[in-house]
Structure formats: structure tokens, C-alpha cells
Design a protein around this ligand. Structure first.
Ligand code: SF4
Length: 328
């Protein structure tokens, strides 16, 4: 009886405030902004990351515990994003196991992982260790279950040079069924063509291919190297979060608090190294709660999800009242 009353209540409130219902009912992706430390201090950084930030990392065990809890929840999409700041900096500070530990956990549990890096480390003393780990991890996992995301734009210093070295080094390794995603901004459209030309000058053959996604029934135009690396591209709009708010070209997001769905309508739930969980990965007004208590204990995933649904409902209610008041 009590369960029926609760279900009716949830259905009613989802009708009145559908944004909360979306957070409750859509599949979700876990995003871990593992650290806020970064080599770079880009003008457009929506995370305010940089070398002046704390060298703190969300512990690998905490991340694995959250993923393990997600695996018991039918709403978890089995997709995770690892980002920062710069996650590869763990190697610089002596923890060469951090990244492999996380990615091998995903391999073992059939979780699709996307690791984002600025590739600013490709000429460092530990770069060969990172490339060896990547090869081992890709070789041990399901083909294309790992995506490596790079930024190709005019804001990231030397992004063209660093990405070319990254792709060239990966393409010298045999059998690399991995997707490399290059994210550009509108206005930087020519950079991908330049990158392909430079790769070709260096002897990396990149051919065009059409791939079919049987799940969605869609086809996609991609580029593929001889050793199986698929190159994907996307273009993003620069929003005015973090340091980007100082850039004239950054766009203001009107309903930024509701920008938390990925293109395939998955809810992005982002954990940061300061102890917050936010709906949506970056800019805008945040709908958030904490994943860590004041005693430094990680809260259960279900209780975090419950708070995010409640907070989304509150933000929607507030936005509706504000909107009505403005149009009166
Ligand atoms: S945009 Fe990326 S590379 Fe630049 S400071 Fe931020 S985290 Fe670092």
C-alpha cells in the first residue's frame, strides 16, 4: 500500500516538475573530475583549473566503489568519463597506477570509458609509460570500449602539435581498436583538416569510413588509421563558465541550470575533487549536492541521486516562478 502511494506521488511530481523526473528516469553517465590540477591555465577553462590548484585526486578506490554501486542500478548507462583538470598528471606526481587501475576496472566490468586529456605531457619523461599503459589497457578490453578525448582548438596552447604527437605515437602501435575524439569549437573548423594533412606528411595513413551503430541504427562518417584507431570529431559552443566568463566570445547560457543531458539524452552526473556532485559537466548555474560528508566519508550513490532529483525539482520550480514573474 505504502509503495503504491509513493509511486503515485513520484508520478504526480514528475508530471508537475518534469526536470526532476528526467534526472530520476533517464540513464545516467558518471563523470569524475579526478583533480583540478593542470599543467595549463587556459583562458577559456570552465573549471578554473591550473598549476596553482591543489594536487588532490578523488581516490581511485572511491571511484571504483561508486562504479560498483552503479552496476547494481538499472539506470546507470555503464558509461564513465574521467577528466580533470588533467588526470594524466597523476603520473607526474608519482602515482603511475591511478589511471591504469581505473581503466582496468572498467575493462573488467564492461563499462565504456572516456578519458579526457590535453596531451600536454606527450614529450615528458613519463610519456612512454603512459603510452605503454594505454596500449596494454586497449589490448585487454573490448574493441572501442575506450575513448580518448583530446581538444583541438586555439585556446589550448600547442594543441595541434601535442595531438599530432599523441596520434602518431598511438598509430605506431599494432592493433589499436580505440576511438580518439577531437573536440573543437565553432570557428576552429579548419584545424582538423590541418591535423590530418600533418599526420599524412608524417606517414600516418588516415582513410575515410562509414560506421554503423546497430543500437541506434545510425551511420557516422569517421576517419580510421591503418592500425584501427577511429578518429571522431565534434564541435562545441564556448559557454561563459569559469575563466571563460572573461571572454567576449563566450556565450551566455540562459537556462544553464538545465544543461545536464548529453546528446543521447543521458544525465551527466559529475563528481569533483572538492567533494561536490553536479548535474552537467561544466558551465552554468549548478544543481548539486556533496558526495563526501564533513567527516570525509563518501555518501552512498542512491542518496546522492535522491538529493539531485530533489534539487532539480527545486531549481525547476524556482525557474518557473522567476519566469512567470518576469513575464507579468
Ligand atoms: S581547459 Fe583543460 S587544459 Fe586548459 S586549464 Fe582547463 S583543464 Fe587544463
Amino acid at each position: 500500500m505504502l509503495t503504491k502511494i509513493l509511486i503515485n506521488y513520484f508520478n504526480w511530481i514528475d508530471n508537475v516538475l518534469p526536470v526532476g523526473g528526467m534526472v530520476r528516469r533517464h540513464p545516467y553517465v558518471m563523470v569524475f573530475k579526478t583533480t583540478n590540477w593542470c599543467w595549463c591555465k587556459c583562458d577559456h577553462c570552465c573549471e578554473n583549473s591550473g598549476p596553482d590548484q591543489p594536487k588532490n585526486y578523488i581516490p581511485a578506490q572511491t571511484i571504483k566503489d561508486y562504479l560498483a554501486q552503479g552496476l547494481k542500478d538499472s539506470y546507470f548507462s555503464r558509461e564513465v568519463v574521467f577528466t580533470g583538470g588533467e588526470i594524466i598528471s597523476a603520473y607526474k606526481f608519482g602515482d603511475a597506477d591511478y589511471v591504469p587501475d581505473l581503466l582496468m576496472f572498467c575493462n573488467k566490468n564492461n563499462i565504456g570509458a572516456d578519458i579526457k586529456t590535453n596531451a600536454a605531457w606527450v614529450n615528458t619523461s613519463f610519456a612512454s609509460c603512459v603510452f605503454n599503459d594505454m596500449s596494454r589497457i586497449i589490448g585487454a578490453g573490448r574493441p572501442y570500449s575506450l575513448q580518448i578525448s583530446l581538444s583541438l582548438d586555439n585556446y589550448h596552447k600547442n594543441s595541434m602539435k601535442n595531438n599530432i604527437v599523441f596520434i602518431e605515437k598511438m598509430s605506431h602501435r599494432a592493433n589499436m581498436p580505440v576511438a580518439i575524439h577531437l573536440s573543437t569549437f565553432y570557428g576552429d573548423d579548419d584545424m582538423y583538416g590541418e591535423l590530418k594533412r600533418e599526420l599524412s606528411n608524417r606517414g600516418v595513413r588516415v582513410r575515410n569510413a562509414i560506421i554503423h551503430n546497430p543500437d541506434s541504427g545510425t551511420y557516422r562518417d569517421v576517419d580510421i588509421t591503418d592500425n584501427g584507431i577511429i578518429l571522431l570529431t565534434s564541435r562545441a559552443t564556448l559557454f561563459d563558465g569559469g575563466r571563460a566568463k572573461n571572454l567576449a566570445e563566450a556565450e551566455h547560457s540562459k537556462f544553464s541550470q538545465f544543461k545536464f543531458l548529453s546528446t543521447n539524452l543521458h544525465v551527466l552526473m559529475a563528481f569533483d575533487s572538492f567533494g561536490n556532485v553536479t548535474l552537467g559537466e561544466n558551465s552554468g548555474v549548478k544543481i548539486k549536492t556533496n558526495w563526501r560528508t564533513s567527516n570525509n566519508v563518501a555518501r552512498p550513490l542512491m542518496s546522492i541521486r535522491h538529493d539531485l532529483v530533489k534539487n532539480a525539482q527545486f531549481h525547476e520550480l524556482r525557474a518557473r516562478i522567476f519566469q512567470n514573474w518576469k513575464t507579468r
